[in-house]
Design a binder for this molecule. Structure first.
Ligand SMILES: Cc1cc2nc3c(=O)[nH]c(=O)nc-3n(C[C@H](O)[C@H](O)[C@H](O)COP(=O)(O)OP(=O)(O)OC[C@H]3O[C@@H](n4cnc5c(N)ncnc54)[C@H](O)[C@@H]3O)c2cc1C
Ligand SMILES: NC(=O)c1ccc[n+]([C@@H]2O[C@H](COP(=O)([O-])OP(=O)(O)OC[C@H]3O[C@@H](n4cnc5c(N)ncnc54)[C@H](O)[C@@H]3O)[C@@H](O)[C@H]2O)c1
Length: 477
């Protein structure tokens, strides 16, 4: 057994943890990552990157098929094997050596094994060969362990070995049919990818699709999924699952049955916090870790207040990589500032506060059409008590969009705070809208007054002219 001391110990070695460590080391601290699987975590190997690689070939093919002159040149079907091979290049065949190299180059320590808190500023790491290393943190411990998929309590479901998003993003063979339980982002993206590969997909979702987005986004994505051949079973939930000769048979709450070669469960996430020693510091195993805006774990037991932080999925603020990495930058910096006695800027929009998590989160669903949104939906803004005005515009009427694709179909919505005359939320739905999103994020985070936005002139003829059309529809004061 060896004993080692670091300024900062981070349990987890995902994308978020890497960024916490990097900022803390750049701020003058020593830091070590504890990782039990692959350095880089879910996003690199079983989530963002492989899923987007699975989707990209189909999106590019359809984009080419939507332009007269190009569609005549692109007449073949998607090459599934080549798409899977390209996906494998992004996951480096599930080998993390390049990330380990980056960690070492950044001056960050790395210990492989399962990390558990054993008390205040103390972490025990159990390697796969059973070796145990006890670590002590001089200043802080960050929990950045991510989340696991939820398996709904449906009789028989666990016994049919359903796919989780990991199997769906890393599959080497595309099944003939796939039943997807869930109607969120994973369900919609994987249905788009697998239907493009020729798989017979059924989505089973107890409510509609993309429940946190504007209603028109869900409607447009639903329509396009149907055109891709996806069967939508909405408003139902499975009540039983069993595996037979033809695959898995799911009985649904309306009495109908779906039979598919494989079942993908995409019904949300739970915190990866059951076996990390939370009980040793007065917290409850299996809980999400509630944090303040500097990512410090809240709780009134004094012995953990002041040294324990949580970043990324495990704090349940926003389950997205880019937002977790934003939290990581704030956390790494504030840990260094507190440790070295420097000034702490933890007020709204301060360098050490993850303020944007509350009402300025961008997200893209890489369905076809894409859904790109930031800030509050019209529904969420109203619920939050804002006096709003909602402005809608048809993206297909914008010159840049009509050039982008023949018969371009898309919609945009801007939600305005009528008291402050600033933008609260924007949603774009359509081909290639993901690259329009950042201007909306800047407008929201910068609280740019609507009358100043008129001076941000979009280049002609780009799809960004949607901004001018939204402003014209809103009216110039
Ligand atoms: C299919 C899918 C697609 C997605 N696509 C996107 C997308 O396009 N864009 C986006 O922004 N988000 C996307 N997400 C969400 C994104 O993957 C997560 O928000 C992100 O991975 C969270 O990062 P994290 O570092 O908090 O957790 P993780 O990436 O899960 O990293 C946690 C790490 O900690 C390790 N660990 C856990 N417990 C211990 C322990 N006790 N000891 C040692 N190590 C431990 C794990 O092995 C893991 O490597 C997607 C999610 C899914 C499921
Ligand atoms: N492009 C991206 O940014 C991206 C892509 C994938 C995932 N993610 C993130 O990963 C997280 C997990 O995604 P997810 O899609 O698993 O979760 P989610 O919370 O987005 O969606 C879960 C869905 O499952 C449905 N559901 C739950 N229980 C059910 C049941 N018993 N029967 C039928 N339907 C049921 C819910 O109504 C909901 O539609 C999300 O926070 C998401 O933002 C992001």
């Amino acid at each position: 057994m060896t004993e080692t001391e670091y300024d900062l110990i981070i349990i987890g070695g995902g994308a978020v943890a890497e960024n916490v460590a990097d900022r803390a080391v750049q701020g003058g601290l020593t830091a070590i990552l504890i990782e039990s699987e692959l350095v880089g975590g879910e996003c690199s190997y079983w989530a963002c990157m492989p899923s987007k690689a699975l989707l990209r070939s189909g999106i590019a093919l359809r984009a080419a098929q939507n332009v007269e002159g190009t569609k005549q040149a692109v007449t073949g079907d998607i090459d599934v094997a080549a798409t899977l091979k390209r996906r494998d290049s992004f996951t480096h065949d599930w080998d993390d050596s390049s990330q380990v190299e980056w960690v070492e180059g950044a001056g960050i320590g790395l210990l492989r094994g399962h990390g558990r808190l054993t008390g205040v500023k103390r972490v025990s790491v159990e390697a796969s060969d059973g070796t145990v290393t006890e670590l002590t943190a001089r200043h802080a411990v960050v929990v950045s362990t991510g989340s696991d998929p939820v398996l709904p309590d449906v009789p028989g479901l666990a016994d049919v070995s359903p796919w989780t998003p990991r199997e769906a993003t890393s599959a080497k063979v595309i099944p003939a049919s796939l039943a997807i339980i869930g109607g969120g982002v994973v369900a919609v993206e994987m249905a788009t990818a697998y239907a493009t590969f020729g798989c017979n997909v059924t989505i089973i979702a107890r409510s509609g699709l993309l429940g946190t987005q504007e209603d028109f986004a869900a409607e447009m994505v639903g329509e396009s999924l149907k055109k891709l051949g996806v069967t939508l079973s909405l408003g139902v939930t499975p009540t039983n699952a069993r595996r037979g000769d033809d695959g898995v048979a799911l009985t649904l709450s309306d009495g109908s049955e779906v039979v598919a070669a494989e079942v993908l469960v995409a019904t949300g996430r739970q915190p990866r916090s059951t076996d990390i020693g939370l009980e040793t510091v007065g917290l409850t195993p299996g809980d999400w870790l509630d944090v303040d805006d500097t990512l410090l774990v809240r709780g009134d037991t004094n012995h953990h207040h002041g040294w324990l932080y949580a970043t990324g999925d495990v704090n349940h603020r926003v389950l997205l990589t880019h937002q977790g990495k934003y939290q990581a930058r704030a956390a790494g910096d504030v840990i260094a500032a507190r440790a070295l006695g420097h000034a702490v800027h933890d007020g709204a929009w301060g360098a050490h506060a993850a303020t944007a998590d509350h009402e300025a989160v961008p997200q893209v669903t890489f369905s076809d059409p894409e859904v790109a949104s930031v800030g509050l939906t019209s529904r969420a803004a109203e619920k939050a008590g804002y006096t709003t005005r909602v402005v809608d515009y048809d993206l297909g009427w914008v010159a840049g969009a009509s050039l982008q694709a023949d018969g371009y179909e898309g919609k945009a919505r801007m939600v305005v705070d009528e008291k402050r005359k600033v933008v609260l939320g924007v949603t774009f739905v359509g081909q290639d809208v993901s690259e329009l999103l950042h201007a909306a994020t800047v407008a929201i985070v910068g609280e740019v007054p609507i009358d100043r936005l008129w001076h941000a002139v979009p280049a002609y003829p780009t799809m960004n002219e949607i901004w001018l059309r939204l402003l014209e529809t809103y009216g110039r004061p």
